[in-house]
Design a protein around this ligand. Structure first.
Ligand code: AMP
Ligand code: MG
Length: 399
């Protein structure tokens, strides 16, 4: 294996080649969740569109309070008054009702004595009290959500409020998944001698979907070169990127790199100074990206989070494709690896201060069952000695 790249170098090589795939129209709604907005979305209206009442109460002129006022109209949400408020008068108003011209405050219902046709307001109201000015949230034409943002429920709510019914989003990348290994059986089948259940396929399929990819092809192949080449060729021809699992190390049955070479895939790098996940392969053919993930299940999991998820997001046009690291405090000392950055599976414990990050026991790269208890990946930069308990550390969340 040639000189190992650092994680940052490897990520830069990948992101430098993960150009956004183009945009498409997506109707606003729950199905837009997780999509990446391609360009800035501008509000079609002021928000609120009119001066709106923040309370159920009475609209009046603040300068006239305290006092007694005839109630000339009762305004409901969506049913504005057709005339302005005259001096000395009040109008009943519901939350979300249009504050009528002439009024400059709303006194909440709890603070008045209601005599049906008139009210008594015992205290003085402040100018503007309980009135939400038009455009106080956002003005028409201003950017509600910036291009490159991945949409969550909050952004979808904001876009809807601003009147936007259709979004321009990055096209979802089409992924082909090729899982290699003669020893692999479908979960549910009986295991023969030397066989294990195929776990990377379902896991990577799930990771791809949560990253916004469409999984077009999903093949499991034996460790045979001809079979590899056939499955990989199909992937190359149908997908925006191809993801393989296993067979990318240095053993005699590791056929993935050889097969890629045969198919004219240019190797960008092979080997990253991370643990787990060292034998990661990355290549390109024309615009198709090719990732070869190591077969050990935890290596596969971690390599995806560090390198493939950011690429899938970048292909959709995300401006911040990650991985997104946060800062925590190490719960217990951890020995560094002199040559490779480690990504340990851990738990995040909430405290008053920084979250405490506790590495799980059982960090071997085959221990996927242990990893199931983790909610973070803890970054242990390479170096000598150990990181002391209580020291600041970086972590990325696992969803
Ligand atoms: P490989 O990278 O192909 O040399 O595989 C490394 C280790 O991971 C071996 O113990 C494999 O049996 C195991 N492995 C490879 N692929 C899978 C998979 N899809 N599911 C579960 N284990 C796997
Ligand atoms: Mg294998």
């Amino acid at each position: 294996m040639a000189e190992l790249l650092s994680m940052e170098e490897a990520l830069a090589e990948i992101l430098g080649r993960a150009e956004p795939l183009g945009a498409e129209q997506v109707p606003l709604g729950g199905s837009a969740v997780g999509r990446v907005l391609s360009s800035d979305a501008e509000a079609l209206t002021d928000l609120p569109p009119f001066p709106s009442s923040a309370m159920d109460g009475f609209a009046l002129r603040a300068g006239e309070t305290p006092g007694r006022f005839p109630v000339t109209f009762r305004i409901a949400a969506g049913r504005p008054a057709s005339t302005p408020l005259e001096p000395g008068e009040a109008m009943g108003i519901a939350t979300g009702g249009v504050v009528p011209d002439g009024a400059d405050a709303v006194v909440p219902i709890e603070y008045v004595v209601d005599h049906d046709n008139s009210i008594e307001v015992p205290d003085g109201a402040a100018l503007g009290a309980n009135v939400r000015p038009a455009g106080s949230d956002i003005r028409a034409g201003e950017v509600v959500v910036s291009g490159g943002t991945r949409l969550g429920a909050t952004q979808i709510g904001a876009l809807a409020a601003a009147g936007i019914g259709e979004l321009t989003c990055g096209r979802r990348p089409r992924a082909a998944l090729v899982v290699t290994g003669t020893e692999l059986r479908v979960p549910g089948d009986l295991l023969g001698p030397g066989e294990i259940y195929e776990s990377n396929g379902p896991m990577l399929d799930a990771q791809l979907r949560t990253a916004g990819a469409e999984v077009e092809g999903h093949a499991t192949v034996e460790d045979d070169e001809e079979t590899h080449v056939r499955a990989l060729r199909e992937g190359l021809e149908s997908a925006d990127f191809v993801l393989t699992s296993g067979g990318v190390s240095v053993g005699p049955h590791d056929l993935v790199r050889r097969s890629w070479a045969e198919l004219g895939v240019e190797e960008v790098f092979w080997g990253v100074a991370v643990k787990p996940g060292k034998p990661l392969f990355f290549g390109v053919r024309d615009r198709v990206l090719v990732f070869g993930l190591p077969g050990n299940p935890v290596s596969s999991l971690v390599s995806f989070e560090l390198f493939v998820r950011p690429a899938v997001l970048a292909l959709q046009g995300a401006s911040d494709p990650g991985p997104r690291f946060e800062t925590g405090e190490l719960a217990a000392p951890v020995r560094r690896n002199p040559d490779r950055d480690q990504f340990l599976r851990g738990n995040r414990e909430t405290t008053d201060g920084l979250p405490r990050i506790a590495p799980l026991s059982g960090q071997d790269s085959h221990m996927i069952a242990r990893a199931a208890a983790a909610d973070v990946l803890l970054h242990v930069p390479r170096g000598d000695g150990e990181i002391a308990g209580g020291a600041p550390v970086r972590f990325a969340r696992l969803d």
